[in-house]
Ligand binder design. Structure first.
Ligand SMILES: *Cc1c(COP(=O)(O)O)cnc(C)c1O
Length: 426
């Protein structure tokens, strides 16, 4: 059945049968009981699907993952305990010791640390390229041991838009998949699989939850990347897994199921970074209104960005919906219905003026968070990047005057009035 994204947001994933609960049930159980140990043995051998222990899988999570899978147009999906865990699993499922990854340099700080420092300690190397690099620069980043390309549809907090098609083509020319973190636009505003991406990740902590209630993540597989065509690069998917009775994931589960089954039966088994079923339930409540909320986040983001760009106390504004933004054309291609509610701008007068502006906001609250129903604001130079001096900030692409404003779903005129009065103190 082909239905619109709005309907999938509300009803996708969980379709109750006759006399079953209308709301997704929370399976608050660590364990499942079986009548015979033979039956349980078949589950452990992956010969039959079923649940046995919530460290690996839980039905509540799977209902919600199935909704996100439908929204992205994927073949299989899994929930993780956080966005960090989702990105770690997505990369580590196909790349490890002795391997290499190409990543956009405009990505979330936590993901940068993961790829640059923590995964380096596991023997994985990463080359970072600007999302605006030339085709030659992109080409030069690849090595014979490159196993994946990674980027964010809209970078947090730099707000660059990724040219998904260009990065997907480069990845495919080298026989590797493109992994896209689609947290900021959500599938309501962009579906990276339609542009050639192979794996999509999310920090569901952001717009999908939408209410600042639960940390979580999700991985979705398009099911389209042909691991067998590049079998030498991906032995973990195409040769027997000795830790799982010699199962060959691509043979047993096909291209549609291999990636997520391996991530579940191997990585979730060994790292145990599963989302709690209670949080999955809260996430599903957020997803039910995602399409309605995203429209208001985008309306507020666009209106606030336009207001700021004509304000005498504002030095600069970054929002891809502004016609003079460097990524406006890419946004028109990939995000025709809107991008997200996050706007970055500089207050004239630098660091101190930014602080005075923020101290006088009344509706917008100071928080280390984005993509929430409530408008929130962060001054990275004074918070997340506080340990850096002005020179180090410049190297990280963050100016001392940068304010990251995440527009919520309040009334547009109220938000603008709040920003206007606070700017009079800047
Ligand atoms: C927040 C965020 C993450 C990390 O997600 P957590 O849920 O906080 O672990 C990853 N990618 C992007 C784009 C994010 O905004």
């Amino acid at each position: 059945m082909s239905e619109s994204l709005a309907t999938t947001c509300v009803q996708g994933g969980y379709r109750p049968g006759d006399a079953e609960p209308r709301q997704v049930p929370i399976y608050q159980s660590t364990t499942w009981k079986y009548d015979t140990s033979e039956h349980m043995g078949r589950l452990f051998d992956l010969e039959e699907s079923g649940y046995f222990y919530t460290r690996l899988q839980n039905p509540t999570n799977d209902f919600v993952a199935a909704k996100i899978c439908e929204l992205e147009g994927g073949s299989a999906a899994m929930l993780t305990s956080s966005g960090q865990a989702a990105n770690f699993f997505a990369v580590f499922n196909i790349a490890g010791q002795g391997d290499h990854v190409v990543a956009s340099s405009a990505i979330y700080g936590g993901t940068y640390n993961l790829l640059c420092h923590t995964m380096a300690r596991m023997g994985l190397e990463c080359t970072f390229v600007s999302p605006d690099c030339s085709d030659d620069e992109l080409e030069a980043a690849f090595r014979p041991n490159t196993k994946a390309v990674f980027g964010e549809t809209i970078a947090n907090p730099a707000l660059n838009v990724l040219d998904i098609e260009r990065f997907a083509n480069a990845a495919h020319a080298h026989g590797v998949p493109l992994i896209v973190d689609n947290t900021f636009p959500t599938p309501v505003n962009c579906r990276p699989f339609e542009w050639g991406a192979d794996i999509v990740t999310h920090s569901t902590t952001k717009y999908m939850d939408g209410h600042g209630a639960g940390v979580g993540g999700c991985i979705v597989d398009s099911g389209k990347f042909d691991w067998n065509a590049h079998a030498d690069k991906f032995p973990g998917l195409t040769t027997p897994d000795e830790s799982y009775h010699g199962v060959v994931y691509t043979e047993r589960f096909g291209l549609e199921g291999a990636f997520i089954t391996k991530a579940t039966s191997q990585l979730m088994r060994d790292f145990g970074s599963i989302q709690s079923p209670q949080n999955a339930f809260l996430l599903n409540m957020g997803l039910e209104s995602l399409h309605v909320r995203m429209a208001q986040h985008c309306k507020n983001g666009q209106s606030v960005a336009e207001f700021l760009s004509s304000h005498p106390k504002v030095a600069w504004v970054r929002y891809c919906g502004l016609p003079d933004d460097p990524n406006y054309d890419l946004a028109q291609k990939y995000l025709p219905n809107g991008s997200c509610g996050v706007v970055s701008f500089g207050v004239k007068g630098g660091r101190e003026a930014a602080e005075r502006f923020m101290a006088n906001l009344k509706l917008a609250q100071i928080a280390t968070h984005v993509a929430d129903a409530r408008t929130c604001v962060l001054h990275p130079a004074n918070a997340t990047h506080r340990q850096m001096n002005d020179e180090e900030l410049a190297a990280a692409g963050i100016s001392p005057d940068l304010v990251r404003l995440s527009c919520g779903i309040e009334d547009t005129a109220d938000l603008i009035a709040d920003i206007d009065q606070a700017l009079s103190f800047a």
